[in-house]
Every structure is written in structure tokens, then in C-alpha cells.
Design a protein around this ligand. Structure first.
Ligand code: HEC
Length: 476
């Protein structure tokens, strides 16, 4: 019932909004006593009036009142994503293309003329048909991990090995109790188009930052390879101001804009992965050394802006949290983390750990910290931060064995002469010593003192390891 009601609403909304009525009653059988009145659907109109050969050019080049073409926000080179993540019902799919495409002066929504919208819709239908693109009803961009609960994977009662941790299958076999951001947040009826739990941003970086990003993106359009993709992402990185990248600092507090800029990068990254015959898979990198830059920053950064809207925003009087802050934080950080499991040096376990814990996923957070620890890039302070993070994120039942493993992993690494573990910068060494026991406000050793679930003997054993690690780091 609800479905039919909404359908009627949708069609009546469509027919009043458009300058050209979308429902045409033809008076074909007027001399018959009981005239059959065929109703022309929106699909019929697209088939009749749309010229598919004109659509791509319109998608790429026809500008709306704000000087933006469809491609500015949707970003795929041919618009396939609109069909791929589209509605399963073809009539609804056609309707929503026309509805979103056509400029409506009353609501100031939409972008182009009705005639151009028919061409675009006809073109989208054609690429879908020619390439066997079947709308998936806007499923999450990668399958939601299902399988064992984090506690089934490891409940803290047994000693851990590095191989065991590296074997944990977070993408396919460890369940999570949240979803990933959808491509479009609108449902079949697109009545949530304004909310911020989806990929597609309301503002785009091309028009916001005319210049280098546009040049790099045009190169990508001409030659959409993963190398050109990386070039655009790096150009964005180098073009955004410090504040836009790290809102809440540098005198920049516009979290919503920074969030949309970050989502724009995420759209660019993921449409590339999802397109047909893509040369890039989820989590794949071009560079072996991703300590300073990773393609996956495009995902992580969205969650990080959400996090900052609290940590560097509402918590310190710099404005308020973005909408759906924690959900956005946990979804995007976890999606980003699943690419390389913390190999990227800026994927801090304190951030993803806190987000997961706040979301009620403390056991998953405990596993994530361990996996990050064994995945880190060389010379990373985060190797040491991870062990400190355990003292305030890890579940009680997993704390002792996590720390046993973590501290020994670091000690053995350093003692074996593996340069991966060596910190090269004075500030990294200082921070690590602070986190181990020097920082008066909070440090690993002090945090353990208050843990009631650790026995005196366990605390003593861990303290011995902490002291030993402290001396080795001190002597780097
Ligand atoms: C300013 C950025 C921007 C531009 C330009 C833009 N769109 Fe969109 N588009 C969006 C956003 C944001 C959404 C909403 C996503 C959602 O549902 O959450 C959207 C949604 C859509 C949808 C709905 C998809 C679905 O299944 O829910 C279609 C279809 C669409 N756009 C087509 C177009 C076409 C065609 C053009 C060019 C004529 C265009 N858009 C231009 C940002 C843009």
C-alpha cells in the first residue's frame, strides 16, 4: 500500500514539476464508445524523444547555472555508475534520471533542460544495455563483511602469533554491525538525497578550485588509468589548504565543506574501481611505499574529517559535529582501513579504535589494533602508538595477550636488527617514550595500573617488557 501511495506521489510530483508534462493522454480512440486511453510513461518519452548519441556529450559538457556538468560531481568518465548503482525498477530509474537532471526553477534543483535530460537518459540506457550493466539497487560499494564475530576469531584466552593475526580475514570473514556508505543515499524514491551518508558530494572540487585539479582531472578523462587517477588525488592533496585537509586547525572550521571535498576524492577513487575492466582493485596501490601517500587516503580522509568535527571541532569549541558524525566516522575509517590494514602510516589505530569502540565494536577494535601493528610501514611511530592504544581501547578479556604479543613483537623486532622498527626522527622517539611512561597525563604503564582484570603478576610481567622497550627506544 505504502509503495503504491508513494508511486502516485512520485508521478504527480513529476508531472507538476516539469514544464513539459510527463504523462500524456492521447486521444486516439475518441470515436469509440469506451475509449482506451494509453498512458505514455516517462520511459516511452525517453525512447521517443531521447537521442542516445547526444547524451555523453551533455553529461560531460553541458553546464548548469552553477557552471557544473554532471561529470563534476558524478566523476565517472561515462556515467555508468548512475546505472550500476541505480534503481532495480526501470521505470523508477528513468524517472529519477529525468527528475535529477532537469532544472527546476521553483526548487532550484536539477541542472539541464528536459530535452537534454531525455538525451542523457537515452544514452544511460544504451550504455547499460550495451555493457550488460544491471542496476544493483544501490548496494554497498563492497560487500559488508560477514562471518565470525570478533570474539569467535579470538577471545583473548590464547597467546597470539604474527601469522595468526595476519591471517585474520577482515574483508570476508569477520562480521561488522554497521554498513558502508552507499553510492547514493536516496532510496527508490530518493527522499534522502540531502543527507550525508552517501558518496556523492553536494559540492565539487573542480569548480571550487579551478586550476590544477581541473587540469589533472581532464587528463584523467582522456586517459582514465590508475596512474592518472593517482595524479588527480595527489593534485588534490597538494591543492587543498592545510585547513581544508585538517579542518579544526589552521583557522579553518568549515567541516561540512571539508567533508564534501573529501567525499569528492572518494567518489573519484571508487568509480575507478567499480568501472568495467578496471585496472585497479580495492586496496591495490601503485607505490610499494605508502608511508606518505596512499590511494586509500581518499576513503580514510572522509572519516577523518568526520572525526575531526568532534575532536578538533565540538570538543574544543570550533563548531559542531557534522551530521551522522559517528556513523560516518566508523563507516569511512573502516572502509579505508580495509584497504591496507594500517600499512599506511596515518591510519591511526587510536582514531579507528575509538570510533569502533564508541560504536559498540570494542572487540573488533581490539583485533584492528593488532592487525595494524603487524601491517605498519617501516620506521613508523604508529608501531609503538598501537601498543599504547591497546591500553585504552582493547577489550578487558583481550588486553593481557594483546600487550604480551605487541610488546614482544616490538622487542624482538628491534633486537633482531630489523630496521623496520627503528625510529629515525627525534620527535618520534620522544613521543614514544612519552607514551610508554613519561607523559604524566596518560601513558601505557600508568594506564595498566588501574586495570582490575590484570593480576599483579601479569602487570609485573608487562611492566618488565615496557621498561625493556623503553630503553631500546631511548637508545635508537
Ligand atoms: C553538484 C553536484 C552534482 C551535479 C552537477 C549533478 N549531480 Fe546528480 N547527484 C548529486 C547528488 C549529491 C546526488 C544525490 C545522491 C543521493 O541520492 O544521495 C545525485 C543524484 C543523482 C541521481 C540519482 C541516483 C539514484 O539512483 O539515486 C541521478 C540519476 C543523477 N544524480 C543524475 C545527474 C545528471 C544526469 C546530472 C547532469 C545533468 C547530474 N546528476 C548532475 C550531485 C550532482
Amino acid at each position: 500500500m505504502k509503495y503504491i501511495g508513494i508511486l502516485i506521489l512520485l508521478f504527480s510530483a513529476l508531472s507538476c514539476n516539469k514544464s513539459d508534462s510527463t504523462t500524456i493522454v492521447q486521444n486516439m480512440a475518441s470515436n469509440s464508445p469506451n475509449p482506451v486511453i494509453p498512458v505514455q510513461t516517462i520511459t516511452d518519452k525517453i525512447n521517443q524523444l531521447g537521442d542516445p548519441s547526444k547524451g555523453l556529450n551533455i553529461y560531460l559538457t553541458v553546464l548548469d547555472n552553477n557552471k557544473r556538468a554532471c561529470v563534476n560531481c558524478h566523476l565517472s568518465t561515462d556515467g555508468f555508475d548512475i546505472m550500476f548503482f541505480g534503481k532495480t525498477d526501470p521505470l523508477l530509474q528513468d524517472s529519477i534520471i529525468i527528475e535529477r537532471a532537469v532544472f527546476n526553477p521553483t526548487t532550484n534543483t536539477g541542472h539541464i533542460s528536459l530535452q537534454d535530460a531525455y538525451h542523457i537518459a537515452a544514452y544511460f540506457k544504451q550504455i547499460a544495455k550495451n555493457n550488460n550493466i544491471v542496476s544493483n539497487g544501490n548496494l554497498p560499494i563492497i560487500p559488508i563483511p560477514k562471518g565470525q564475530s570478533p570474539n569467535q576469531v579470538w577471545n583473548g584466552s590464547t597467546a597470539l602469533t604474527e601469522n595468526q593475526i595476519s591471517g585474520w580475514n577482515f574483508r570476508d570473514n569477520i562480521s561488522i554491525n554497521f554498513s558502508f556508505p552507499k553510492w547514493f543515499s536516496g532510496d527508490q524514491f530518493n527522499n534522502k538525497a540531502e543527507e550525508n551518508l552517501d558518496f556523492i558530494p553536494e559540492i565539487d572540487l573542480l569548480t571550487a578550485k579551478e586550476g590544477a585539479i581541473r587540469t589533472a582531472y581532464n587528463k584523467y578523462l582522456n586517459n582514465p588509468t590508475k596512474t592518472e587517477l593517482k595524479n588527480v588525488l595527489m593534485t588534490v592533496q597538494n591543492t587543498l589548504t592545510d585547513g581544508e585537509r585538517n579542518p579544526g586547525e589552521h583557522g579553518y572550521n568549515d567541516f561540512n565543506t571539508a567533508f564534501d571535498y573529501a567525499r569528492w576524492k572518494a567518489v573519484l577513487y571508487f568509480q575507478h574501481i567499480r568501472k568495467r575492466n578496471s585496472d585497479l582493485s580495492f586496496g591495490e596501490e601503485i607505490d610499494t611505499d605508502i608511508s606518505e601517500f596512499s590511494l586509500a587516503d581518499a576513503l580514510w580522509d572522509v572519516g577523518n574529517v568526520a572525526r575531526r568535527s568532534q575532536d578538533n571541532g565540538s570538543n574544543v569549541g570550533n563548531g559542531k559535529d557534522i551530521d551522522n558524525r559517528l556513523l560516518n566516522e566508523v563507516q569511512w575509517l573502516y572502509l579505508g582501513w580495509l584497504t591496507n590494514f594500517g600499512k599506511r602510516n596515518s591510519f591511526e589505530s587510536q582514531y579507528i579504535g575509538s570510533a569502533l569502540k564508541d560504536f559498540g565494536e570494542q572487540d573488533l577494535a581490539s583485533l584492528v589494533i593488532l592487525r595494524s601493528l603487524v601491517s605498519r610501514s617501516d620506521h613508523s611511530q604508529l608501531l609503538y602508538d598501537d601498543v599504547y592504544t591497546m591500553s585504552y581501547i582493547t577489550s578487558d578479556n583481550k588486553l593481557y595477550e594483546s600487550l604480551q604479543f605487541g610488546l614482544n613483537y616490538l622487542l624482538n623486532g628491534i633486537k633482531s636488527g630489523n630496521s623496520k622498527f627503528k625510529l629515525l626522527k627525534a620527535d618520534q622517539i620522544r613521543n614514544t617514550l612519552d607514551n610508554l611512561k613519561d607523559n604524566k597525563a596518560s601513558n601505557l604503564m600508568d594506564n595498566l595500573k588501574s586495570k582490575n582484570n590484570l593480576s599483579a603478576t601479569q602487570k609485573e610481567m608487562l611492566n618488565t617488557l615496557i621498561e625493556e622497550l623503553y630503553m631500546l627506544v631511548y637508545n635508537f
